[in-house]
Design a protein around this ligand. Structure first.
Ligand code: CAA
Length: 290
């Protein structure tokens, strides 16, 4: 499938960490990108963060000043869902709540062209349930990006039971056009990435709780011994401890309530105390802002 990015507008819904990274990646690949979030403040902050990163890349001579201007010109903030109507692909990266996602997708379905693709960046929620309220569930697909999106190569492409071959093929082509490597998986809770990653992170918390080693030692062992760029506890802070807990819960519910997917008491206690990781400045570790 040949894609001319200039004529393939993309809407990114939700401008938190993931939406921000997805928007930057799509704009860098040449797509006009519309950004929408219920909080306009959040969208402004996302655009500022992207501008700062592009400035850094220009100073490091990774991109030219002209390329930076092109990328920024491709990004346009929007104030309402209605303004996303021209999008041929919508990538949703909003709160991990099934009902809210269903509601937004139903609204989008009536606004967008009949062949527009509805993609969700959900990290674990059941795509079949998400599509159950749609008139055209064959256009719904999972497009699971990884943080930091401009750096991480993978897009986990999730096929729901109703996702058409055409939608999957277009999503693979679009991911490649955005400079990513798409790999497809079927619709099981946690898909492949979190099914494998989260129990490993959870086990690191159990090891800490059991006194096997302190967090720094656990992370050093996994970094130096298994060549991970970050140890599992550091990565949990980076992802967000609330996100890790919620993904574990989704897997517990979605995979026959197997107790091996219950979040560790350490994660739950930290989340309950408001220590969510990098974003709150405290998680397993203390973090300096920025
Ligand atoms: N956005 C854009 N670029 C970023 C970035 C960000 N948030 N953070 C770092 N980078 C870029 C830097 O600019 C730098 O780029 P250049 O080489 O072009 O200068 C490059 O990444 C390396 O950064 P640093 O030198 O600052 O730091 P590092 O070498 O330690 O790498 C890291 C940082 C890329 C985050 C690395 O530690 C890493 O890969 N960590 C693991 C990340 C991971 O596992 N992510 C998946 C999480 S799971 C998930 O997202 C899905 C889910 O469902 C939960």
């Amino acid at each position: 499938m040949q894609i001319d990015p200039k004529n393939y507008p993309i809407a990114v819904l939700g401008t938190g960490t993931m939406g921000e990274g997805i928007a930057q990646t799509a704009a860098t690949a040449g797509h006009p990108v519309m950004l929408y979030d219920v909080s306009q403040e959040q969208t402004r902050a996302a655009l500022e963060n992207i501008a700062k990163r592009l400035d850094r890349s220009t100073k490091k001579r990774k991109i030219t000043a002209e390329k930076k201007d092109q990328i920024q010109a491709n990004l346009s903030p929007k104030q309402s869902l209605k303004e996303l109507a021209p999008a041929k692909l919508v990538i949703e990266a909003i709160i991990e709540d099934l009902e809210i996602k269903q509601n937004v997708f139903c609204q989008l379905e009536s606004l967008l062209g009949a062949d527009a693709i509805l993609a969700t960046n959900t990290s674990s929620i059941d795509l079949n349930k998400m599509g159950s309220t749609l008139k055209r569930p064959e256009r719904l697909v999972g497009m699971h990006f990884f943080n930091p999106v401009p750096v991480m190569k993978l897009v986990e492409v999730i096929k729901g039971n109703e996702t058409s071959e055409e939608t999957t093929a277009a999503t693979i082509a679009l991911s490649e056009q955005m400079g990513k490597i798409p790999v497809t998986a079927n619709d099981f809770a946690g898909f492949v990435s979190n099914r494998v990653l989260m129990p490993m992170i959870n086990e690191a918390f159990h090891a800490w709780a059991d006194g096997v080693a302190e967090p720094e030692a656990i992370d050093s062992i996994m970094k130096l011994g298994c060549a991970f760029p970050m140890g599992p506890l550091r990565l949990a802070d980076y992802i967000g401890l609330d996100v890790c807990r919620d993904i574990m819960k989704v897997m517990y519910e979605g995979l026959d309530q197997n107790p091996k997917y219950l979040p560790s008491e350490k994660i739950v206690a930290l989340v309950d105390a408001g220590h969510l990781g990098d974003k709150t400045g405290q998680g397993v570790y203390k973090h300096e802002k920025g």
